[in-house]
Design a protein around this ligand. Structure first.
Ligand SMILES: Cc1cc2nc3c(=O)[nH]c(=O)nc-3n(C[C@H](O)[C@H](O)[C@H](O)COP(=O)(O)OP(=O)(O)OC[C@H]3O[C@@H](n4cnc5c(N)ncnc54)[C@H](O)[C@@H]3O)c2cc1C
Length: 292
């Protein structure tokens, strides 16, 4: 069991902010993962998992926890019949490649989601009318006591939500896909990526959507934009000019600055529309937003 200490997490988040993890480890098999979870239980240490850190904001002073990043066998993906079997640390990009090479469609919606399979379960990640719950058969969820296969409904998957709690690690996921010509998959992915590029700041450092949409009709980005906040900046953190539900690291941003921008956006949207925006981005460490 290899434990690293005080590992800078800003290297592992797409926004590029945040402090160190007290302990950090990269389990490469189920046995290593279970050993680490057992160790943390014995030490009374909280366990957190980081995927690609693409929907995560880490406290600038870091987090007093064991942070895990799944690698090796836990980050591989392969096709068995029409089922894609992927480790919790496998990236969506790898899964999409495996599925496409096997002529299996249904995972194209994830082409613009820069995360891992486990992060996708935690967030019930989705885009363009589909999400994890629509294609998942089940997930192997491991904690210090057990390893259980749970279905989307047992995981409580709904809009950007699951019932997973810290210490529960998604080690593997099975997706049911369907035969589709490779050219059709490629064309669909190209179309979705072009749509994404036209509307979102895909070349900037962000953590994806800041807030959940209050409803299908009320997008958080539109509400923030109508408050005149596009381009609003605090320190190195900037509300994107391209899409107001994204915060960009415009250079040297801190998590505290991102939180201050989020607080301002929530305050202004509440003042103008009477709505309380709920954050989609996950917080690691003692971060919180002030009440509106
Ligand atoms: C440019 C951009 C575009 C994006 N577009 C979309 C989009 O269209 N749709 C969408 O839904 N999201 C989108 N996102 C957000 C993000 O990519 C997704 O939420 C993604 O699923 C997060 O995966 P991750 O592996 O990076 O998770 P992280 O950001 O690393 O973690 C997110 C949460 O998942 C937990 N977690 C991670 N791995 C595991 C695991 N193995 N077991 C248990 N818990 C785990 C973490 O502890 C944390 O609570 C976007 C982000 C960016 C930067």
């Amino acid at each position: 069991m290899k434990l690293e200490e005080n590992v800078d997490l800003s290297r592992f988040t797409t926004i590029g902010t945040g402090g160190p993890a007290r302990f950090f480890a990269r389990p490469a098999s189920l046995a290593e993962l279970q050993e680490l979870l057992g160790w943390a239980r014995g030490e009374g240490m909280t366990v957190e998992v980081i995927g690609l850190g693409s929907n995560m904001l880490v406290h600038d002073d870091g987090v007093a926890a064991l942070v895990l990043r799944l690698e090796g066998e836990l980050a591989e993906a392969q096709v068995e019949g029409d089922v894609l079997v992927a480790g919790g640390g496998a990236t969506n990009a790898v899964c999409l490649h495996r599925a496409r090479d096997a002529g299996l469609g249904g995972f194209e919606f994830a082409s613009a989601i820069p995360g891992t399979v486990g992060g996708g379960v935690r967030m019930n990640a989705g885009a363009y009318g589909s999400d994890w719950s629509a294609v998942m058969i089940d997930a192997l969820v491991v904690d210090a006591e057990s390893a259980r296969s749970l279905t989307p409904s047992e995981l409580g998957l709904s809009y950007r939500h699951s019932r997973l709690t810290p210490g529960q690690v998604v080690a593997q996921v099975r997706f049911r896909l369907e035969p589709r010509p490779v050219v059709a998959i490629k064309a669909h992915v190209t179309e979705l990526l072009a749509r994404r590029k036209a509307t979102q700041p895909t070349t900037k450092r962000t953590f994806g959507s800041v807030f959940k949409n209050p409803s299908a009709e009320q997008g958080a980005g539109r509400l923030i934009e109508e408050c005149g906040l596009k381009g609003h900046r605090i320190g190195g953190a900037l509300i994107s000019d391209r899409h107001a539900n994204f915060i960009e690291n415009a250079g040297g941003a801190t998590s505290a600055e991102a939180i201050a921008l989020m607080a301002e956006a929530r305050r202004r949207v509440h003042e103008r529309f009477g709505l309380e925006l709920e954050h989609e981005v996950r917080f690691l460490g003692p971060l919180e937003l002030p009440p509106v």
